[in-house]
Ligand binder design. Sequence first.
Ligand code: PEP
Ligand code: MN
Length: 370
Amino acid sequence: MNLVKKAIPIIAGPCAFESEAQMLALAKELRQLPGLCALRAGVWKPRTLPSAFEGYGAEALKTLTEIQNTYDIPTAVEVGLVEQVDACAAQGIKILWLGARSVCAPELVEALFKRISEKIPDAQVIIKNPYANDFKLWEGAVRRAIKWGIVPDLCFRGVKTGTSVFRNAPLWNWVEDMKKLFPQCKMYLDPSHLYGSREIIRAQAPHFKNLGLFDGYIIECHAEPELAKTDAGQQLTPAELLDLVKVLNDKDSIGTQAVQELQTLRSQIDEIDTQLLRLLGERQKVSQAVAHNKERSGKAIYDKQRYFDVLRSRLAQGLNFGLSTSFVESLFTRIHDESVAKQFGEMLSRKPLRINKELCDEKNTQVQRV
Ligand code: PEP
Ligand code: MN
């Protein structure tokens, strides 16, 4: 392996602080990690449900201070309230990040930066992208930081689009656009919250590294991830993290521009396919509602005229989108067949047995189009 001289910066640590023993042991283990520049740990965890583990709060900061003093490793926490900034100031914690939920609330963002600029003027501030699919929230948060005299680092952790194959969607164009808007800011990637699974993070490592977009990484790490109180599926063990860091630092695997471009394009294809499938699922639900309607009005399932009308209009629309007639015809014939079959299935499942036979006859005769 051909390791680059200066290792890429890594901020690593558990999703949440769980105990003093956990953090001290992890600090001891990770201090040798190439590029380790800080140890992260969530001590205040913003959770959707109040019954979920919300972190041990300010009490946990004492251990982080101890780690800074004993191992000379800076520690980083998420702040989501101004009182939390005060607690960090009191304990000498100087790396603070704003999480994906907080960045969705501009007034909170404003208040946090004001307080950070007053209480910890030399803080390193990292702004994650909002989980909401609204790029302007991220841009706005950075503009607010700059307004308060803070030059923040940025961190991309994926966007909740509801259609991604991953925990969050890898909208790399957000990263590219932010780098253009704020070239003075370092850009981190948080593959943990982006991909949401330890296996996927490890498999995707050459890909996100070859994108060549990131100045460093923020990665969740836990000695026994399956026992973690939060995000158990996505935290890497220290050994897995070391393997990943080797991949990130292996300059032999730095791809050419063409390789990088191919990977970016493929991830766009993955996103589009996911959306196609979601839409097909929605179409199927509407088609089921059509089946109920036909049943109520006593109409036949297969409507030849409707089939030809649909096909004619889709062929014309397809041409406008640059799609060939033969492709659109076979695609919509297949979609239509599936729809008819599902409608029959739905109707048969709800009809008394004695008329099932009539319906089967109807299906067998009428579904043959020509
Ligand atoms: C975290 O880093 O622990 C976290 C909660 O991340 P995000 O705000 O990106 O969800
Ligand atoms: Mn987490």
